[in-house]
Design a binder for this molecule. Structure first.
Ligand code: SF4
Length: 432
């Protein structure tokens, strides 16, 4: 069976943060219930395509998924368990904002099988939090964190941000030190990006942002403080205790199969990428198509037939597993399968449906893989594409190794600390 990860988008927030351009906004309980009804329908309708997959991670993201009443979270996870086959050690994460959970809700999460909590703190400085429009202060966060530990969460991520308006090196260091003292299992530390159209972008002249040198110092400070506290960096912006890397996010960087449910959610299955509509009305409409079970079965049967006329789901899965070992057969099969699958997705109102070419797959393999500190696996590249990484990227790799931006041995290639600093330039060079 192939591994599958599931992302579920919950587009509700108490109010918009000033830097946020995610698909989210306020809603009442009734709207949340209606939205969850649509989600349940989508999960059920989509599940027929993944009978040959086993779910290894589920991520409830947003938005603020912890705003959902507990019974709605329970309904979603019940539906996933009902129609998908889950791995015994499936990782289930929910994103949570301070002040949006009670002790009871957190205990409920544990009984639903949620074993990882991701808390959006961003900063421990109340002035910085207020300037970016967060709904909480540091005390709210501490209460949520303590409640989560008491409820039994043994795997907690804390999200931080550098480059905030009015943030200095000293206050950022304080944030890092305070967070480290709490001993979470995982820390994500991203830099603020001013997204066009957000209030922070529009009013940027009214704020003082850290300059380029300070930005860089904060970035280095993150690695130093977290490294000294025993966190290891496993991705450009993610740090974890040993064995506590986020399994779900690693699937994105390793180009595993994942399916997204909900408004605007993205998916990639066997090198077909697509997105759900951003507008609630379009999302609801796309769940109506294809309307009947007959049409749905016909679409699925078309895909099954393309796998060399193989009839049953089990035979189809066995065939796919067999072809995985031969890149030439896999690519040929996948090409036919992808066309049928992509067509079905278009017919059902999905957006940006794209069947990746082999070249695009190689590009993604390199620039997503290099985000991880362990880098790209040369043997995996050969197994997957039927040629060595040097046949395709020998020139770029040679030049970056010479410049000290990449390092390699006979198994892997990875970014050096200097390479991480200019990672976007390195990634761009892998676009063929
Ligand atoms: S909590 Fe997250 S998703 Fe919601 S508005 Fe703030 S940044 Fe956006």
């Amino acid at each position: 069976m192939k591994n599958l990860s599931i992302y579920i988008h919950i587009p509700f927030c108490v109010r918009k943060c000033l830097y946020c351009d995610f698909l989210s906004g306020p809603a009442c309980d009734g709207e949340m219930e209606s939205y969850v009804n649509l989600l349940l329908r989508e999960i059920e309708k989509q599940s027929i395509f993944y009978g040959d997959h086993r779910v290894v991670s589920i991520f409830l993201g947003g938005g603020t998924p912890s705003l959902l009443p507990a019974r709605e979270t329970e309904r979603i996870l019940w539906q996933v368990r009902n129609v998908f086959s889950l791995a015994e050690d499936v990782e289930i994460t929910i994103e949570c904002n301070p002040g949006t959970v009670t002790a009871e809700k957190l205990k409920n999460y544990i009984t639903y099988g949620i074993d990882r909590l991701s808390i959006g703190l961003q900063s421990t400085d109340d002035g910085e939090l207020a300037r970016i429009g967060r709904i909480h202060n540091y005390r709210d966060f501490l209460e949520t964190y303590e409640m989560a530990r008491k409820a039994g969460f043994g795997n907690i991520n804390i999200d931080l941000m550098a480059g905030l308006p009015g943030q200095g090196i000293a206050s950022y260091r304080k944030t890092l030190e305070r967070v480290v003292a709490l001993s979470p299992e995982h820390i994500s530390a991203y830099s603020l990006i001013l997204e066009e159209g957000t209030p922070l972008y529009v009013n940027q002249k009214s704020y003082t942002f850290p300059d380029e040198d300070e930005d860089r110092e904060m970035y280095e400070l993150t690695g130093t403080v977290l490294g000294q506290a025993g966190f290891h960096r496993y991705e450009i912006s993610n740090y974890a205790r040993e064995g506590r890397e986020c399994r779900h996010n690693k699937v994105y960087w390793r180009r595993g199969d994942y399916v997204g449910f909900g408004l605007g959610a993205s998916s990639m299955i066997r090198n077909v990428r697509w997105k759900n509509p951003d507008m609630p009305s379009d999302y609801a409409v796309c769940l109506e198509k294809p309307e009947t079970d007959g049409q749905r079965e016909a679409a699925y049967s078309l895909m099954r037939q393309t796998a060399q006329g193989i009839g049953t789901k089990a035979e189809c899965a066995a065939h796919i597993a067999e072809t995985e070992t031969d890149p030439a057969i896999r690519m040929k099969d996948e090409g036919v399968w992808n066309r049928a699958f992509a067509e079905m997705l278009r017919q059902t109102g999905r957006c940006g449906v794209q069947s990746l070419t082999v070249q695009e797959q190689m590009e993604e393999f390199m620039f997503l893989g290099l985000r991880m500190m362990e880098g790209v696996d040369l043997g995996e590249f050969r197994r997957y594409f039927g040629k060595s990484v040097d046949e395709v990227y020998g020139k770029q790799i040679g030049s970056f190794v010479e410049q000290g931006l990449l390092e390699r041995d006979d198994r892997r290639i990875w970014l050096t600390p200097r390479g991480i600093d200019v990672s976007n330039t390195v990634f761009a060079a892998f676009l063929l």
